[in-house]
Design a protein around this ligand. Structure first.
Ligand code: 2RA
Length: 332
């Protein structure tokens, strides 16, 4: 039989993407319950049917098997434990439980075995997911001694309002009108912002600390990773330049073959033909695109790569649906 699913935050960007991914993957859904924390009377469309969105505080959690949470930290904090206590498998996109030692932080291709019998499972930050998918084959074969990442993050990572802001600011710039920043502290159109959220410890931002703290938890080992997260005027698709120093020597062509065979990776690496991955290539598909593989000219164990993925799909919705697929035995 199929699965009974609740989506908390069903009208948000990630919630809407989860609906699309479930349809794309022809998931056998017996019941779909769209929930929201606020805003009465809206509907979502799923498998050709309009379904009324219900307030999350009215939910009877006994009626579903799986609950995807994509409505922010306060909603996950308040309702995920209630759902889990009712026996629901909770797959949470928010950052609220990610660093909780009792909650597995999962990218199925990398560490599905961390799930065991957990009722709440956290899905990592979008920029972390694409990074660990690309790094895992290298880690397993050569070990990771040092990782340095710079991200180029699309505004959809901030939400629907940020996409509207980019459109409006771009139109203003093209019309020669002054731009008053709204979503971000500075203008994002025709600009790049080296801060994806608030500054914190050691003057790194929260977005950078997510990469630096989530990656070791997923790999279940220390990783000397340093990150710089940058917002760019792109609607969908995060890109990352990644520098790795390996523990064991590598041969570049071996790395290329390793990545070509690895799960959920599409190698787009043919500089002679100008083939490098871009966010436009990544949008609306579920693979992590990897290219620009290079041996560092000054460091024998230094490897450079470039990683691009759809931050709403593999970076959020698809990863969550893959976690559910991995747990299908729980309700099928
Ligand atoms: C961002 N990864 O891009 C964060 C949250 N989705 O803003």
């Amino acid at each position: 039989s199929g699965v009974r699913i609740a989506i908390v935050g069903a009208t948000g960007l990630v919630g809407q993407t989860i609906l699309k991914v479930l349809e794309d993957r022809h998931t056998e859904v017996d019941q779909l319950v769209p929930l929201a924390h606020s805003g009465e009377g809206r509907q979502v469309r799923f498998q050709g049917t309009d379904i009324a969105v219900k307030p999350v505080d009215t939910m009877d959690w006994q009626t579903v098997d799986v609950a995807f949470f994509a409505a922010g930290n306060p909603v996950s904090a308040q309702y995920a434990p209630l759902a889990a206590q009712a026996g629901v498998t909770v797959i949470d996109k928010s950052s609220y439980f990610r660093m909780d030692p009792k909650v597995p932080l999962v990218v199925p291709e990398v560490n599905a075995d961390a799930i065991q019998d957990a009722r709440i499972i956290a899905s990592p930050n979008c920029s972390t997911i694409q990074l660990v998918v690309a790094l895992n084959p290298i880690r397993q074969q050569y070990g990771l001694s040092r990782v340095i990442v710079s991200t180029y993050q699309a505004v959809s990572g901030t939400g629907r309002e940020a996409m509207d802001t980019l459109r409006q600011e771009t139109a203003a710039v093209m019309a020669g009108h002054p731009v008053t920043p709204t979503t971000y502290p500075r203008q994002i159109a025709h600009n790049v912002l080296a801060y994806c959220d608030q500054f914190g410890e050691l003057d790194y931002t929260g977005e950078e600390w997510k990469l630096m703290r989530e990656t070791p938890k997923i790999f279940n080992q220390p990783v000397r990773l340093s990150a710089t997260a940058v917002r760019v005027p792109v609607y969908v698709g995060h890109a990352e330049t990644v520098y790795v120093e390996t523990e064991r020597p590598f041969v570049l062509d071996e790395v290329r073959n390793l990545l070509r065979e690895a799960p959920s990776i599409a190698l787009m690496d043919n500089p002679a033909e100008g083939v490098v991955p871009t966010p436009i290539d990544a949008e609306n598909q579920d693979l992590v695109l990897v290219g620009r593989l290079r041996q560092d000219p000054h460091q024998a164990d230094g490897l450079h790569l470039y990683v691009v993925a759809d931050n709403l799909r593999k970076g959020a919705a698809t990863n969550a649906v893959q976690i559910m697929e991995h747990l299908w035995h729980r309700w099928a």
